[in-house]
Design a protein. Structure first.
Length: 165
């Protein structure tokens, strides 16, 4: 007997959900219970094929499924700390200053659009600052870091997750 790993990706809405044997409204089947976890396995337009934990599958109106949040890639690794967030902030400031300089040259007519695109192609930065919290992107390490004002901690990787067999 084949075994499968059930990984819910969605939840049935609170009012339940009608099902169909195929992506065809003329083939009704047993409705799904409210808030039942399901795994999306296929989609065709608005139709979605879902798998239940007991192995039963059916087609539903995929627009009504409630998506479950997924962990960001790379969060299965232990958190790491960097003692001082200022070097990363300095690197982000330099990248932003470089981008701003090229943008000023474009706005002043000293660069054409194609040259602007060429000179900014390798500029990469990412930062979200919200009060005392900051999320900073370091593409050299391929990681987002969370900063609480005193230290950086790895938040998530930007690497593409490996393909599962």
């Amino acid at each position: 007997m084949d075994t499968f790993e059930f990984r819910p990706t969605h939840v049935v809405p609170a009012e339940g959900l009608p099902t169909w044997a195929g992506p065809d409204p003329s083939e009704p089947s047993t409705p799904l219970d409210p808030l039942l976890p399901v795994q999306l396995t296929d989609s065709r337009g608005d139709w979605a094929r879902v798998l239940c934990s007991n192995g039963w599958s059916a087609w539903v109106d995929g627009r009504l499924l409630v998506s479950l949040p997924q962990r960001p890639p790379g969060t299965e690794h232990p958190l790491t700390r960097t003692a001082d967030p200022r070097p990363m902030l300095a690197k982000l400031e330099r990248a932003l200053a470089e981008y701003r300089a090229r943008l000023d040259e474009l706005a002043d007519g000293r660069l054409d659009l194609e040259t602007f695109r060429s000179r900014t192609r390798d500029v990469r930065l990412g930062a979200v600052v919200d009060g005392d919290a900051a999320w900073l992107l370091d593409l050299e390490q391929g990681r987002w870091f969370y900063c609480d004002g005193a230290q950086l901690r790895t938040y998530a990787t930007v690497d593409v997750p490996p393909v599962e067999p």
